[in-house]
Every structure is written in structure tokens, then in C-alpha cells.
Design a protein around this ligand. Structure first.
Ligand SMILES: [Zn+2]
Length: 255
């Protein structure tokens, strides 16, 4: 089946394309204009990693990564040892002013516990991701990530200079010419993180519930730049007081 392979390779390699009829196969696949080929080539070098479908990649404890994902591809985030939080932000690859929004996602879904089959929305309230499976079923959707200033406010001088998700995410997108002012706390989906709210208004980070091998899978609903911080915080129960790896995989296409 050469045709579909060519089509999916093109789709995998290039973004910003227009849809046309492929001359080499029976399928209606995407034809890439020279201008968009140049744009795609320029983009290729900016992520810190390229995820090849079907090849899982390990994100070390406290590590950070950026990569690109095409519409329709599915991203799986796995906790090989359990009890590890991933802070995820993502941008519309074609216009980085559009980024993930937990506020829009909560408001449209009328839920603050987003899991299967919820859709996650952008700050323009357009569909970005659909959650397809979620074995842990615990994701914090209030927005936010740990930063040096937040950690110092919470935990004092010991947090000065300590690794944090804001710095990790900023490092991951630096090659795109982006920095911490291009994203905000509303953009962050805290995968596998357990936060409790009680009736008296107490808000508390609690021990994570992920079991070894638990994963979450989301389908991309637009081409995106994704950045993930493998949360390096040891000051609270977020990661069970031990930092562990995560595994990332873009799943192969379904048959
Ligand atoms: Zn963090």
C-alpha cells in the first residue's frame, strides 16, 4: 500500500498544506506548496525532539521537551513507575498566539475534571485535543505550573534556583523564539496531578494516584507545538516526593 504510506509521510512531514488530489494514488491526500515546504523545513529544526510514530521516547526525571504533532495523531503519555506529573502546554503551530486554555476547556465541558472523552480547547475556544483514554483519571485542570517565584512564596529560600516547570517549558520552546511571556498558567494541563478542593475552600495538592504503566492518550485536533515539563518539584506531594521518568509516544496510525 504505497499510496497511503506516501500520503501519511507527507502529512507527517509537512504542515500548512492545502488539500488536493494526489496523482500517485487513489486517495485524496495533501499536496504541499513550495512555500509551505520552506516553512515546514524552517519549523523542523526548532523543537527539541522529533517523535517518530510508534517509537516511544523517555523523558528523564525533571526533563523537558518540545515536539510537533499533526492533526489526527495521537499522543500517549505514560508513567512507567506511576506517580509522576506532566505539565503540558501546546500552541497552534500556524499561529502561536493561539494556545491551550484550561478556562475554555472547563467552561465548554462544564467540568473541572477533564478526562475521557472531553475535548480540550484553545484560548480562541477551538478544539485542540480529544482525550481518548486515561487510566489514572486524575488531571488538574485549574491551570498553573510551578515556577521559581511561586515555589519561593510557598516553600521559602530552599526553592531559589531550584528546577521548576516554568523554566523547563520556557527552555523547551526557546528555539521557536518564544519565552515565558508567550504562555501563561491558563495554558497548562497538569496531566496525572491530584488536587483536592473541599467544601470549606481548602485547596490542596495531594499525592498522585498514577499506577505503574498508567497512560493518557489524546488526539490532536490541529497541528501543534507541544511542550512538556516532567515536573521536578519535590517540595510537595505532587510527584510523591520522588522524581520519575515519563514515556512519550505518538501512536502509529490505526489500520
Ligand atoms: Zn511542576
Amino acid at each position: 500500500m504505497f499510496g497511503p504510506i506516501v500520503a501519511s509521510a507527507l502529512i507527517g512531514f509537512f504542515g500548512g498544506y492545502h488539500v488536493g488530489k494526489c496523482l500517485r494514488c487513489r486517495y485524496s491526500c495533501r499536496v504541499v506548496s513550495p512555500g509551505n515546504q520552506r516553512k515546514a523545513a524552517a519549523r523542523m529544526s526548532r523543537a527539541t525532539a522529533e517523535l517518530t510514530p510508534g517509537k516511544p521516547l523517555t523523558l528523564a526525571p525533571a526533563g523537558t521537551i518540545s515536539f510537533e504533532i499533526e492533526t489526527g495523531q495521537r499522543l500517549r503519555i505514560t508513567q512507567p513507575e506511576g506517580e509522576q506529573v506532566a505539565d503540558l502546554i501546546s500552541f497552534n503551530r500556524d499561529d502561536v498566539r493561539e494556545l491551550l486554555s484550561m478556562h475554555s476547556s472547563r467552561a465548554v465541558n462544564l467540568s473541572w475534571k477533564l478526562t475521557v472523552p472531553h475535548v480540550l480547547y484553545s484560548n480562541r475556544t477551538r478544539e485542540m485535543w480529544q482525550i481518548e483514554d486515561d487510566l489514572t483519571g486524575e488531571n488538574y485542570c485549574g491551570g498553573g505550573y510551578c515556577s521559581e517565584h511561586l515555589n519561593v512564596a510557598r516553600y521559602g529560600k530552599q526553592a531559589e534556583g531550584a528546577p521548576n516547570c516554568q523554566s523547563n517549558l520556557e527552555a523547551a520552546i526557546r528555539e521557536y523564539g518564544l519565552d515565558r511571556w508567550n504562555f501563561n498558567i491558563d495554558a497548562c494541563f497538569n496531566v496525572f496531578m491530584t488536587v483536592a478542593y473541599d467544601q470549606n475552600g481548602v485547596w490542596e495538592i495531594r499525592a498522585p494516584k498514577g499506577k505503574p504503566g498508567d497512560h493518557l492518550t489524546m488526539r490532536a485536533l490541529m497541528p501543534q507545538i507541544v511542550a512538556i515539563s516532567n515536573c521536578p518539584v519535590l517540595f510537595n506531594a505532587c510527584n510523591g516526593y520522588r522524581l520519575k521518568p515519563l514515556t512519550l509516544e505518538i501512536l502509529p496510525e490505526r489500520d
